[in-house]
Design a protein around this ligand. Sequence first.
Ligand SMILES: Nc1ncnc2c1ncn2[C@@H]1O[C@H](COP(=O)(O)OP(=O)(O)OP(=O)(O)O)[C@@H](O)[C@H]1O
Ligand SMILES: [Mg+2]
Length: 235
Amino acid sequence: MLKIENLSAGYGDMQVLFDINLNVEEGEVVSLVGSNGAGKTTLLRIISGFLPVKAGTISYLNQDLLKYKPQRRADLGISHIPQGRGILGTLTVKENLIMGAYPKKARKTVNTEIENAYARFPKLGERQNQMAGSLSGGEQQMLAIARALMIHPKLLMLDEPSLGLAPIVVENMFEIIAGISKQEKVSILIVEQNLMQALSVADRAYVLETGHLVMQGSARELMENKDIQKAYLGL
Ligand SMILES: Nc1ncnc2c1ncn2[C@@H]1O[C@H](COP(=O)(O)OP(=O)(O)OP(=O)(O)O)[C@@H](O)[C@H]1O
Ligand SMILES: [Mg+2]
């Protein structure tokens, strides 16, 4: 459903991504792993439409995605949870959810969707009138996910959902993501530094190093790969 071909991009004269080829199929969970500064966030921002490309193409549901503005991409079902979650701390939980329903189509069903969000995440229901900034890190990530789901995305992109969370909360977070993949008709692209967690939830994964894709394969293949074990797990 998403096909990126020969994509290069950067900031000004500095090239950050080199000849990237990556695809996500219908219903798949794909992880993109790589260390600090590899260019993971840059790639998600390009897919969302916040950064231009220097070369290459992106096709999404058989359409040329690069010709659309960010708003149109959201209308087409692309939901992006930015690194750091992007929720507004001085608004309540409920107000943050309402903001998630900004595309026109979603506004009509906003009340039903809010109820769905509380059914999926009862904690958010209990705290609906609380300032989002006073939620725990794990609750804030749940809110970010619930908000992204308000538009029933076809492609859900998560930028380092595990960032800053305690290990037990991270595990819970990845269970939630796996659950969403089973229950909803949605393809998921996860960016992570946390390699093992990212592989545990994914069907396939790509490894990005300083702007180059250096490895790809099924999650199982990568987990068993000796180079990966050496580079990321110190085995
Ligand atoms: N707005 C910007 N202007 C200039 N350079 C930038 C900008 N944003 C990112 N970069 C640079 O682009 C490179 C890739 O950054 P990016 O944020 O995509 O990495 P990342 O893989 O998401 O890293 P992390 O895991 O730390 O979030 C880095 O060298 C970074 O310094
Ligand atoms: Mg990043």
